[in-house]
Design a protein around this ligand. Structure first.
Ligand code: HEC
Length: 228
C-alpha cells in the first residue's frame, strides 16, 4: 500500500519540521540550507489562545461522532425489496459530504489537545459499582497526565484516517472507503479502549489468547480482535 508509506513520511516530516530530521525531509539538494519559512515558525506557536467550551464527552457527541457519520454512512449495503443495494458516493454532492467528514475529523480531532474536562461537572460516567464499565473522568485525567504522548498518538491516528479519506475523495475511489471506514472505527475504538472502557480491552485480549489456544495461530494472524 504505497499511500500508507507516503502518509507515514508526511507525518514524520511534519512532526519534525523544526527538528533534527529537517534535512531528511527537505529537498534532495543537500547544499541548500533547510527552508525555515514563516509557515515553519508558525507551526510551533498558535495565532491565539485556544479555549475549550465543552467536555471531551460532549465534543464526542456533538462533533466527532456526527462528523464520522459522513464517512461511516458513505458506503454500505442494504436489502431493498429483496435486492442488495450498495450505497456509495456517486454524485459530487455525495463526495462533498465525505470530504466534509474527513476535514472535520482531521482538523477537529486537534481540539482534543486543548485541556478540557472529560465529562460535564457531576457526570462520573459508569464508573461506580462492583465491576464498573467505564473509567471516571478523574481516572481518565490521571491516565492522560501520566502519559500525554499516548493520548497524542491516539489523536494522530484519527487524524491520519481523516487524511486517508481526503486522498480517497481526491481520487473518487469509492471502493477504498470500505477500508477507510474500518480504519476509522479502529481509530475511535483504539482510544476508547485505552481511556474510556479499558476493561473491555482486557476482555478482548483474553478472548484472543483463548482463541489462539483453541484453534492455533493462523499464520501469525489471531482469530479474534487484537487491541494494540
Ligand atoms: C484521543 C481519544 C479519542 C478518540 C480518537 C475518539 N474518542 Fe470518543 N471518547 C473519548 C473519551 C475519553 C470518551 C469518554 C469521555 C467521558 O465520558 O469521560 C469518549 C466518548 C465518546 C462518546 C460518548 C459520548 C456520550 O455522550 O456519552 C462517543 C459517541 C464517542 N466518543 C465517539 C467517538 C467516535 C465516533 C470516534 C472516532 C471517529 C471517537 N469517539 C474517537 C476519546 C476518544
Amino acid at each position: 500500500m504505497s499511500s500508507l508509506r507516503g502518509r507515514l513520511l508526511l507525518v514524520v516530516c511534519v512532526g519534525t519540521y523544526a527538528g533534527a530530521l529537517v534535512a531528511a525531509c527537505s529537498s534532495p539538494n543537500s547544499s541548500a540550507p533547510p527552508a525555515r519559512t514563516a509557515a515553519a515558525a508558525h507551526a510551533s506557536t498558535l495565532w491565539g489562545d485556544m479555549k475549550p467550551i465543552v467536555s471531551v464527552k460532549e465534543l464526542m457527541r456533538d462533533f466527532i461522532d456526527p462528523a464520522s457519520d459522513y464517512v461511516f454512512d458513505s458506503v454500505g449495503t442494504v436489502i431493498q425489496r429483496g435486492k442488495v443495494v450498495e450505497t456509495m458516493p456517486r454524485t459530487d454532492a455525495d463526495w462533498d459530504k465525505v470530504r466534509m467528514g474527513a476535514v472535520m475529523l482531521a482538523e477537529g480531532v486537534y481540539l482534543l489537545k486543548v485541556p478540557r474536562p472529560f465529562a460535564p461537572a457531576g457526570d462520573e460516567n459508569n464508573s461506580t459499582g462492583p465491576e464498573p464499565e467505564e473509567l471516571s473522568p478523574a481516572q481518565i485525567t490521571a491516565k492522560l497526565e501520566k502519559d500525554p504522548v499516548l493520548w497524542n498518538a491516539k489523536i494522530e491516528a484519527l487524524r491520519n484516517v481523516g487524511l486517508e479519506v481526503l486522498e480517497i475523495v481526491k481520487k473518487k475511489e469509492a471502493n477504498e472507503l470500505w477500508d477507510a471506514a474500518d480504519n476509522l472505527d479502529q481509530a475511535c475504538e483504539g482510544c476508547h479502549l485505552e481511556y474510556w472502557y479499558p476493561g473491555e480491552k482486557a476482555f478482548l485480549n483474553k478472548l484472543d489468547r483463548k482463541l489462539v489456544e483453541l484453534y492455533g495461530d493462523r499464520q501469525g494472524k489471531p482469530l479474534g480482535m487484537t487491541v494494540k
